[in-house]
Ligand binder design. Sequence first.
Ligand code: ADP
Ligand code: MG
Ligand code: MG
Length: 251
Amino acid sequence: MLSIKNLHASIEGKEILKGINLEVKPGEVHAIMGPNGSGKSTLASVLAGREDYEVDSGEISFNGKDLLELEADERAQEGVFLAFQYPIEIPGVTTTNFMKTALNKIREHKGLEPLDAVSFLSLMKEKMKLVEIDQSLLSRSLNEGFSGGEKKRNEIFQMAMLEPTLSILDETDSGLDIDALRIVANGVNKLKSDDNATIVVTHYQRLLDYIVPDFVHVLFNGKIVKTGGKELALQLEEKGYDWIKEEAGVA
Ligand code: ADP
Ligand code: MG
Ligand code: MG
C-alpha cells in the first residue's frame, strides 16, 4: 500500500529525515516511536503533504501512485488521513457541514454522486454510534472550544466517516489523558480492516497498550534505526532509547 524509499526531507533548509525506508501493507498497524525531535511529526507531515516540508530525495508510492506528485487535498482524496498534530478550529463551520463537504469531495474523486441528506444522516448516526460521540458535539463549530478529549473524539469520528485507506495518527507531545487514549484506541481498533492500514506516531508506549501494532519502528535523528514487533515498545518503555542508539552505533 505504502512504500517509502530512501526519503530525505528538510524544513527551512535543515535536513530532518535522512533516508527513511518503510513498507506498509493493507491490514497492518505500524508504530513509529522515538525521542523528541527525531523527526516523527516531520514524517507524518511529509506523508500528508503539508507545506513547509521540502522533500529533497527519495520516493513515496501509495497504491501505485507517486504520492509526492499529489497536493495535500489530493492525498486526502486518495485515502490518506492525518490526525491530531494540528487540530484546526473553524469558527462558524459545524463538524456536520465540514464532514459533508469532505466526504462528498472524496466521493466525487471516486466518481460517486454526493450522498443525499437521508443517507448522509444515517451514515452519521452509524459512525456516531461506532465512536460513541455525542450529537451535540457535531453541531458545534469544528474544534472551537473543544476539550482535548473532544478534539480526539472528533478526529476519530472524521476518520470513521471518511474511511481512509491509510490513517496516520500523530500523538502530540502534550500527550493524551487516559480517556482520550481509550477513545483513540477504540476508534482505531474498530475501524481496522484488511483493506486499511494505520501508522501510529507516538513518543510514549502507553497508547500501544490499547492499539497493538504489528511493527514498531524506532526513529532516531531522521532514520529508522530499529524495527521490531510489539514487544519492542515494551522494551523501550522499560529501558528507554539509549541502548538502541548504542546498538545502532548512533549514540
Ligand atoms: P518529533 O515529532 O519526533 O518530536 P519533529 O519532526 O517535530 O520531531 O522535529 C524534528 C526536528 O525538526 C526537530 O529538530 C525540530 O526542532 C525541527 N523542526 C520541526 N518543525 C520545525 C520548523 N517549523 N522549523 C524549524 N525546525 C523544525
Ligand atoms: Mg516533538
Ligand atoms: Mg512530534
